[in-house]
Design a protein around this ligand. Sequence first.
Ligand code: FAD
Ligand code: NAI
Length: 476
Amino acid sequence: MSQQEFDVVVIGGGPAGYPAAIRAAQNGLRAACIDEWQNHDGSRRFGGTCLNAGCIPSKALLESSELYHRAASEFESHGISVGKLGIDIATMQSRKAGIVEQLTNGIAALLKSNGVTALQGHGRLLPGGRVEFTDAEGAKETISAKHVILASGSVPIELPMAPFDGKNIVDSQDALEFTAVPKRLGVIGAGVVGLELGSVWQRLGAEVIILEALDDFLLMADAQIAEEAGRQFKRQGLDIRLGAKMTGAKASKTGVSVSYTADTGKHTLEVDKLIVCVGRRAFTSELLADDSGVAVDEHGFIQVDENCRSTVAQVWAVGDVVRGPMLAHKGTEEGIMVADLIAGKAGEVNYGVIPSVIYTAPEIAWVGKTEAEVKASGVAYKIGTFSFAANGRAQAMEQTAGFVKVIAAEDDDELLGVHILGPVAGELIAEAVLAMEFSASTEDLQRTIHAHPTLAEAIHEAALVADKRAIHAINR
Ligand code: FAD
Ligand code: NAI
């Protein structure tokens, strides 16, 4: 086979890699995207963790389980009766699989229609602008590339005392594939995966016990939000045990026996299934030839500068495989930035305004700094909070838990952080992200007209509260 030549070869077809390849092609560059993702059923699909085993399937299950939960707990107050409520897990799972299939097919179609050469198989960076491509049948080919973008993503961290067996002790991917609701579900790690997937199976009837090693709950979120979220989750029945350090997990035919220590002593927990979700690590296995010249830092991330350029000038790295939050949209922005920089265009990522969303009910979303971070920075600040209980739309939706918290600089009123616990917080946060992208002030939010009745009015009111000008709250 004659050697293929490209301007840009992207290794990894997840949300960091495929947009980079598409943007490179849009910029008139000859682009290829290599991806080796293979699902448990053997199917090969673009989209990476996000589409195949992360963002999308988890949100599909969160939606199904939330509908079930609301039908069981809220319909009655609306005067709706539905007879005997049931859930067919097989149907729920096939709906999820259908969404994943549709979206991953969509990525393949987008690559094609943008003129990107899509290669399914393994990519390995060689020195001197070359990539070794191994196809599904094992045939090897060397491809030459003026620029290479590494976007190989991340994988779940496995704990030696609780190795994954794919059946009883599982990672997040297998936890999306349960074929029945576990009676008792153990979760190690009260992070994003633990809360989202714990919520899914708890809403469907599982007793869910989450063991978290740290004494604090949701350290990455604003403390006030985390405290109220913890209260809400407890009310829902999630049993979150803080300061609980797992010492071992043993699977048997009937389930898993988990041992842990807490300040109350040694404990054993018997569960049907155990999800271990204690974070993810950068995935660089078989990615770099020994003499590639690309450096990896002490945490296993590919070392890059602020423009995502690696230690080799023509090699870039984006997404979960580099420093920063492991979020799909963060990787996408990095991929697009790099494809633009390669084409000689302007590009940058505003790392200060990357939103985070946890898709529980209520949802948790934030952008910018937490109050603790602002305090630590020494900047004088003011705060406005507004509860969804005082918001008409939230009342109509019967989703009044939570609040909006706006933090702004005391001197020039610039927004420093916006934190939301509440219904569709993940959608609402977009307004705050846009505002902060444009260095808006609380006055800008105050003067922006918000439709009535909407949940977004809670952001408007929180901004007004910051200046003690709220109409629908007591200004203290
Ligand atoms: P990945 O999506 O991991 O893609 C990397 C791709 O590269 C994979 O297809 C992999 O097979 C391929 N690859 C690796 N090495 C090679 C190689 N040498 N040759 C060829 N191909 C290779 N983030 C959000 O923003 N929102 C969410 O709601 C959200 N939910 C999540 C839920 C779960 C359960 C999980 C696990 C994660 C979730 N995430 C979410 C995180 C999100 O999935 C990741 O941040 C995102 O997928 C990272 O994108 P990436 O392109 O860097 O890597
Ligand atoms: P995480 O970093 O969110 O949470 C891991 C939790 O496990 C932490 O609270 C940590 O203190 C705890 N922990 C670590 N070791 C432990 C141990 N030995 N015993 C008990 N607890 C322990 O990681 P998670 O949930 O695995 O998610 C991985 C990544 O995927 C996240 O960083 C996130 O960025 C991404 N993700 C994003 C989602 C979203 O944006 N909605 C959804 C799911 C995942």
